[in-house]
Write a protein that binds this ligand. Structure first.
Ligand code: HEC
Ligand code: HEC
Length: 202
């Protein structure tokens, strides 16, 4: 009995050691995943050059992890991303998120001063009379977000506008209640102004 127990403990210890080993995939594996899976759309450092694909550089790591799991479990629907998440382990996802969140984000250079000003107003004050909350209340004065809340500062304007329209029409299928109540009250001009303003923030 005692021997069996000792064997069991040894087995547990071995299993725990294996799990610990698996918890940190080799840096080469992450490098390879980035090169073979993410590079084409998000670039080598997450500074996507196509504005349909979000920049991942500088994004909050916990938010990235959650979104990757959402794609993997099809909670958030995207044909492109679902495919890219196939076969990735939880550790891969965490390490990819850490990698991208550590990269330097380069903001865009929007130049239309009037549009930037209109966007800034919406971002900081919303429109109380129409029930549009100020974005800054949740995403922060600098639009850097928080652990689970996405950073918006420096993101591609086109990507932001696409997502705002999806929240409005409820086709971003996850955690959308808060954003739906904001985005559904915005006009197309307001969506574009706030996205344009955000794309230039550092
Ligand atoms: C074929 C193009 C393509 C490839 C390759 C790709 N992605 Fe994406 N990614 C997208 C698109 C498109 C979206 C936006 C999805 C949507 O909401 O429609 C996205 C969104 C994301 C998001 C959500 C970001 C946010 O701000 O919500 C994360 C995280 C992400 N991708 C990580 C990755 C990682 C990590 C890889 C490599 C393992 C990868 N992607 C490979 C196209 C791609
Ligand atoms: C009450 C809190 C709250 C307010 C106010 C709010 N947001 Fe959000 N926003 C969120 C949450 C939570 C998410 C994450 C949703 C998810 O996990 O899919 C989010 C996500 C987003 C995204 C998706 C980002 C990405 O990388 O895919 C955009 C764009 C966005 N918000 C823009 C705005 C704008 C613009 C405003 C103001 C007009 C605003 N938000 C106001 C809570 C808020």
């Amino acid at each position: 009995m005692k021997l069996a127990l000792r064997r069991m403990i040894a087995l547990f210890a071995l299993a725990a050691a294996c799990a610990a080993g698996a918890a940190t995939p080799a840096p080469e594996r992450i490098g390879e995943l980035v090169r073979t899976r993410c590079y084409t759309c998000h670039g080598p450092t997450g500074q996507s050059s196509n504005a349909d694909f979000p920049k991942l550089a500088g994004q909050n790591a916990d938010y990235l992890v959650r979104q990757m799991f959402n794609f993997q479990t099809r909670l958030r629907k995207s044909t492109e991303m679902e495919k890219e998440m196939t076969g990735l382990t939880g550790n891969d996802i965490e390490e990819l998120a850490k990698y991208f969140s550590r990269q330097q984000l380069v903001p865009g250079k929007p130049a239309d001063a009037a549009l930037i000003e209109a966007g800034r107003k919406i971002y900081l004050a919303g429109s109380p009379e129409r029930g549009i909350s100020a974005c800054a209340v949740c995403h922060g004065d600098m639009a850097r977000g928080a652990r689970m809340l996405p950073r918006l500062a420096g993101q591609h304007a086109r990507y932001l506008a696409i997502q705002l329209r999806r929240f409005a029409e409820q086709s971003r299928t996850t955690d959308q209640m808060l954003m739906h109540s904001v985005a559904s009250k915005m006009t197309e001009d307001e969506i574009w102004a706030v996205s344009y303003f955000l794309s230039g923030l550092d």
